[in-house]
Ligand binder design. Structure first.
Ligand code: UD1
Length: 419
């Protein structure tokens, strides 16, 4: 087993490069199923979730080769087992992204029903209703979604809620459906846009890119292509918040600043000087204590739920009080108990955390409970006085590429230790 050990109190300083986006590469790898021939995906981050998605495709019969550390080649011409088994889905809910591609290309799919997860119930009803609207026959048997269709048919479908992977599943499914599909109330996250670009490169016909209404005209065949995955805005945001919390000064390279707008607004409000170029973001906190900032999570372009936990750590040591409201997931405050154990003054009521900033946090052993909660504990450890240990770091490895190496590069005293 491994844990992360941090000696807090050092301001981050220096330059770091962002990795490819986890939430873009996962649907892109899944979407490779619909292409004939080989796709080459570049700027792939080295993450547990990517390994899981690769294993999922390999056990289906997909020919998948990792070329070097950041490129993979995928050929899904000979899928023999269009199934996402429970053993894989239980470790990664994003496995549901195999459903749309398998069904539209092979006319059948079996995907284990994802259960709830640490941050809430997370149903997939919208994915299923949308595919049914395209003519799929779907039933649930022994914990598996069994879906069949001769060929999916275009339709008009309004999603009750804005769902990222729901939009992605239905978008991919529609690319090979017969006729025209209009998807309404789509997620507009940059990762959905990146997937759309990949599908367009494969030969798909999609209008409305980046908007909440996507019009897809089904084609008979799609082709493998090359695609470079966008940078991970959540990883970038996490480094920026870590620098702000420690009073530091950093530059993150390989960034699309526009995708981070709502996060940069909140960082400026917290007192950070932010400078952007075409592909970098610099933050300078001038050694000052952060000001408190209220956070209200909502679908893109509003403030992302995946940055909520990190801002809780920033607010925990801010010069005043703030309210953080989580509107997407019902159980996404598990980091709060751990922050309180480090000396934070936070109370949670329903979906709101009321945070009274304290002058300092104290190092403590803590346990990661989900991916972004673990990032908030790393940030808390970086600012705390003394030593912090973070257990259950497999959550961090799901979404952050060598986080301890990148933070060390910025001057943090952080290491991974086996025990
Ligand atoms: C994706 C991201 C995750 C991020 C989340 C919200 C990936 C792999 N993961 O998760 O990091 O936190 O978006 O930005 O991209 N819902 C339903 N029925 C459905 C689908 C969703 O009720 O069929 C609800 C969910 O419970 C939640 C809300 O819709 O309350 C948004 O969830 P959704 O956007 O689907 O999250 P994911 O796609 O799972």
């Amino acid at each position: 087993m491994e844990k992360i050990v941090i000696k807090g109190g050092k301001a981050l300083n220096g330059t770091v490069t962002a990795s490819g986006a986890k939430n873009a590469v996962l649907p892109i790898i899944a979407a490779s199923i619909v292409g004939s021939g080989t796709s080459i995906i570049k700027n792939v981050p080295h993450l547990e979730d990517v390994t899981t998605m690769n294993e999922l495709l390999i056990q289906m019969g997909v020919d998948l080769t990792i070329n070097d550390t950041t490129n993979i080649e995928i050929c899904a011409d000979h899928i023999t087992n269009p199934k996402a088994p429970y053993e894989i889905v239980k470790t990664m809910r994003a496995s549901i992204l195999a459903l749309g591609p398998l069904l539209t290309k092979y006319g059948r799919a079996e995907v284990s029903l994802p259960g709830g997860c640490a941050i809430g119930a997370r149903p997939v009803d919208i994915h299923l209703k949308g595919l049914e609207a395209m003519g799929a026959e779907i039933h649930v048997e022994n914990g598996y979604i069994i879906a069949k269709a001769d060929r999916l048919k275009g339709c008009q479908y309004y999603m009750d809620k804005v769902t990222v992977t729901g939009t992605e599943n239905l978008l991919i499914a529609a690319t090979l459906a017969e006729g025209e599909t209009i998807l309404e109330n789509c997620a507009t996250e940059p990762e959905v846009v990146d997937l759309t670009k990949y599908l367009l490169n494969m030969g798909a016909k999609i209008e409305g890119i980046g908007t909440s209404v996507l019009k897809i005209t089904g084609v008979d065949k799609l082709y493998g292509c090359e695609h470079v995955v966008i940078p991970d805005r959540i990883e970038i945001g996490t480094f920026l918040v870590a620098a702000a919390a420690t009073g530091g000064k950093i530059t993150v390279n390989k960034v699309v600043p526009h995708d981070l707008e709502s996060v940069l607004i909140k960082l400026r409000e917290s007192g950070a000087e932010i400078t952007v170029t075409e592909d970098s973001v610099s933050l300078n906190m001038h050694g000052e204590r952060p000001k408190p900032v209220n956070i209200n999570t909502a679908p893109h372009p509003a403030f992302p739920t995946d940055m909520q936990a990190q801002f809780c750590s920033l607010n925990a040591i801010a010069s005043g009080y703030s309210i953080v409201t989580e509107n997407l997931f019902e159980n996404r405050f598990m980091h709060i108990n751990e922050l309180v154990r480090m000396g934070a003054d936070i109370t949670v009521s329903h979906n709101q955390a009321v945070i009274h900033g304290v002058e300092r946090l104290n190092g403590a052993p803590t346990t990661a409970t989900d991916l972004r909660a673990s990032a908030s504990l790393v940030i808390a450890g970086l600012v705390a006085e003394g030593i912090s240990e973070i257990y259950d770091i497999h959550f961090i490895d799901r979404g952050y590429e060598v986080i301890e190496e990148k933070l060390s590069q910025l001057g943090a005293d952080i290491k991974r230790v086996s025990y």
